[in-house]
Design a binder for this molecule. Structure first.
Ligand code: PEP
Length: 245
């Protein structure tokens, strides 16, 4: 199972910044002397064609930040997984905590989106993670277990999906979970899933803490928000992936 570094640009960027960030990454990937991890860029939907054109022919992949559970129809403002696949995406993030919070997405809704992604030939990056309040009352394991059971399509093989463990309180806050907590939740996720699924960590991963986080047992890579908007910082995270795993 190789490492994966996914950049979630969220609602940031412009055509100009997307071209310079994506083409800057392609230049670094082409010049790299090391074995690179998988790299995925998830820009806002309107920037996907720009990014896909900039990364064309490189080892970098593109992904959506969300998809609808249905393939087509009267769903103003939404995007289907099949359209994401059609324009050249290989991945799609589903169930990000910002979507769960801002759009009331339930585990069942997230699972339906993941099913749509799989049907379209995409790899869903399925996000789970507890809030501050849930953690404070000792509910981390119960919340993550519920989310894994409810959000991952039944019968899916480990290689068809990626899970991202993102403690909500660590996203965009500069706080990260302890190494022990990350290792234990990643082990829990694999136990509840019942297989060697790839599990990314997300939550304030930066160039200066990536090596430590990526070396934690059971961490298969990172889902990166803020630092993915900075070429140097994002590349430091890519370079921090341990080799030969
Ligand atoms: C995210 O949005 O998935 C994320 C982990 O954000 P940040 O790296 O900014 O905490």
């Amino acid at each position: 199972m190789g490492y994966l570094i996914a950049g979630n640009w969220k609602m940031n960027g412009s055509r100009g910044s997307a071209i310079s960030l994506a083409s800057g990454l392609v230049a670094r990937a082409n010049a790299a002397q090391m074995q690179l991890p998988g790299i995925v860029l998830c820009p806002p939907g309107p920037l996907l064609p720009t990014v896909i054109s900039a990364i064309s022919g490189s080892a970098i992949a593109a992904g959506g930040q969300d998809c609808h559970a249905k393939d087509k129809g009267a769903h103003t403002g939404d995007t289907s997984a099949s359209l994401l696949a059609d324009i050249g995406c290989r991945y799609v993030i589903v169930g990000h905590s910002e979507r769960r919070a801002d759009h009331g997405e339930t585990d069942a809704a997230v699972r339906a989106k993941a099913e749509a992604a799989l049907k379209a030939g995409l790899i869903p990056i399925i996000c789970v993670g507890e809030t501050d309040a849930e953690r404070d009352r000792g509910g981390t394991d119960a919340v993550v277990t519920r989310q894994i059971k409810g959000s991952i399509p039944a019968g899916v093989t480990a290689g068809a999906i990626v899970v991202a463990y993102e403690p909500v309180w660590a996203i965009g806050t500069g706080r990260t979970a302890t190494s022990g907590d990350i290792a234990s939740v990643h082990a829990l996720i694999r136990k509840v899933f019942g297989g060697e699924v790839s599990v990314l960590y997300g939550g304030s991963v930066k160039g200066n803490n990536a090596a430590e986080i990526l070396a934690i047992p059971g961490v298969s890579g990172a889902l990166v928000g803020g630092a993915s908007l900075d070429l140097d910082d994002f590349w430091r995270i890519v370079e921090a992936c341990p080799h030969g795993k």
